[in-house]
Design a protein around this ligand. Structure first.
Ligand SMILES: *Cc1c(COP(=O)(O)O)cnc(C)c1O
Length: 395
């Protein structure tokens, strides 16, 4: 072998006696075949076979299998973001003339996708009140191919009656998809409550460090997976093994991080709830939060993400009060090691039931900082509101 060749062909080394507790990162576009026959018959090996990096590597398959097992599904597919997992699912399951039902409280970019791209393709979206089963039942018709669920809803945290909605949808032959990002499979398993497809934004609790974007979709019918997988291939969408490795690493500490977030969230919520400038805290684990009884029936836990509605008087000062925060970072997303505060407008992203409470709801996500530092942040934030809303001018 000449030197130029030696530079590009790697020698075999023994793996004998070597093991690692980490999942190896296998990078590949080309996957070479043992011989000409193996190449010629590559399509006969089914979906488990390896043929090209886009269609999976041992690293991505390991992540897929771990998620499938947690959800009790049959197959998981990965997408470059949570939003991509949702939009790809909808694109592959819907065709011109179909109708999709989406909760009014959906993650706002999904509303944008439905109103722009699905509409352009002649797919009709009807939004529904996530807490009104009767109204939902009236919207399901024979053209309805998919009922989407996001439980709890974005920002306002309404828990949906998953099994009742699935029954209604299945009676009319529609599939049910659920965005389970808030709970993760540790706290809720939609496939066990009637959903056909569950998506996770792995960007959040799975990745856990605010440094990777990825999404997953897990199904219980292999035929649905085959359909969506073929679509992913045609659209040329895949994920990087390095990113999968980051998610695999994050996933190992997910249970501890989520457990911690829930515990500290409770403490912060107690502080907030008793304050005269807080109107209410939206958090499924709190009695009085919309759908609390459903949460108790269906969920195993609550993550450390919740929303705070302030009084009319205090709400205009919420933006400026953010600058008093030292431990919380200001930013979108959640599920990382850093606690986050994000002021969210609600009125503009509701079309079925108008949001009549003060607009700009503060969404908080608890990370791994010292909990006394986080509590001190909440106190500073509330003190700022106090200073700008003295008690005698209240309400
Ligand atoms: C963040 C999020 C998404 C989108 O995930 P990305 O990976 O950021 O695209 C979808 N749904 C919910 C509920 C989310 O919180």
């Amino acid at each position: 072998m000449n030197e130029w060749t030696r530079c590009v062909v790697s020698p075999e080394v023994s793996h004998e006696g070597f093991a690692s507790l980490a999942v190896p990162v296998f990078r590949a576009s080309t996957i070479p075949f043992a011989d000409a026959k193996a190449y010629a018959t590559r399509r006969e090996r089914g979906e488990e076979g390896y043929s090209y990096g886009l269609y999976g590597t041992p690293t991505s398959r390991t992540l897929e299998k771990k998620i499938t097992a947690l959800h009790g599904g049959v197959r998981t597919l990965l997408a470059p973001s949570g939003q991509a997992a949702i939009s790809i699912t909808m694109l592959q399951l819907l065709a011109q003339g179909d109708r999709v039902l989406i909760p009014d409280t959906v993650y706002p970019p999904v509303r944008d996708f439905a109103d722009t791209d699905l509409a352009r393709l002649g797919i009709e979206t009807r939004y529904y009140d996530p807490t009104d089963l009767t109204a939902l039942a009236a919207l399901i018709d024979d053209r309805t191919r998919l009922v989407w669920i996001e439980s709890p809803g974005s920002t306002t945290m309404e828990v949906q009656d998953m099994s009742a909605i699935a029954d209604l949808a299945h009676q009319r032959g529609a599939l049910v998809g659920c965005d389970n990002t808030w709970a993760s499979p540790l706290y809720f398993k939609p496939l066990r409550h009637g959903a056909d497809i569950v998506i996770e934004a792995l960007t959040k609790f799975f990745g856990g460090h605010s440094d990777v974007l990825m999404g997953s979709l897990t199904v219980k019918d292999p035929a649905v997976a085959t359909r969506i997988r073929a679509g992913l291939g045609r659209m040329g969408i895949g994920v990087s093994p390095d990113d999968c490795s980051l998610v695999l690493r994050g996933m190992e500490t997910m249970a501890l991080r989520m457990d911690h977030g829930a515990r500290v969230a409770r403490r912060l919520i107690e502080r907030l709830q008793s304050h005269r400038l807080v109107r209410r805290v939206l958090y499924p684990a709190l009695p009085g939060s919309p759908g609390h009884e459903l949460w108790k029936r269906d969920f195993n836990g609550a993550s450390g993400v919740f929303s705070v509605v302030f009084t009319e008087k205090a709400t205009p000062h919420v933006f400026a009060a953010l600058d008093t925060l030292k431990a919380f970072a200001i930013g979108a997303s959640w599920g990382g090691t850093r606690s986050l505060a994000a002021p969210m407008p609600v009125r503009a992203v509701r079309s079925v039931r108008a949001w009549t409470e003060p607009d700009t709801v503060l969404r908080l996500s608890v990370g791994l900082e010292d909990e006394d530092d986080l509590a001190a942040d909440i106190d500073r934030f509330l003190d700022y509101l106090e200073q700008h809303c003295p008690a005698n001018t209240l309400r």
